[in-house]
Design a protein. Structure first.
Length: 143
């Protein structure tokens, strides 16, 4: 659901803030950021830690004299933007949120079944038998 680079609005505890719903341009005491990284594993509570960096070109976050390390922060991560009509239609019909699909799945393409069949095909062609091939060594053979 949350991806690197998504916009975030932050409210630092102890810092006065006024937020008008739907009008982020008139909010006071709210600061803009973007998702820097997300922890790969959940905490024991089931929540994920999200690291946020200041949004370039926006007002600077409060100084360290006012907001210290360990202070509490409430953040709102903006999801996909849709029209009001679409959102009302989705909620009235009790449809779930639409989750965007990644553009580039990266090196983890395919399924576990495909990986097992590829491994079996490699053995049949005279590949390494058994063990995990880490890919290090550039395919050099021992002499």
């Amino acid at each position: 659901l949350v991806r690197k680079g998504q916009p975030v609005r932050l409210h630092f505890e102890g810092w006065p803030a006024i937020q008008f719903s739907g009008w982020p341009s008139v909010a006071q005491g709210m600061f803009d950021g973007r998702v820097l990284t997300i922890d790969p594993s959940a905490q024991t509570s089931g929540l994920f830690r999200v690291l946020v960096e200041p949004m370039p070109g926006k007002p600077a976050w409060p100084d360290n004299n006012f907001v210290r390390l360990g202070s509490k922060v409430r953040g709102w991560i903006q999801m996909e933007t849709v029209t009001i009509g679409y959102e009302l239609w989705r909620q009235l019909n009790d449809f779930p949120l639409e989750f965007p699909t990644p553009v580039d799945p990266g090196p983890y393409k395919g399924t576990a079944a495909k990986a097992l069949s590829d491994k079996a095909a490699g053995k049949a062609k005279g590949g390494k038998s058994g063990g995990y091939d880490s890919g290090y060594g550039g395919g050099e053979e021992e002499k």
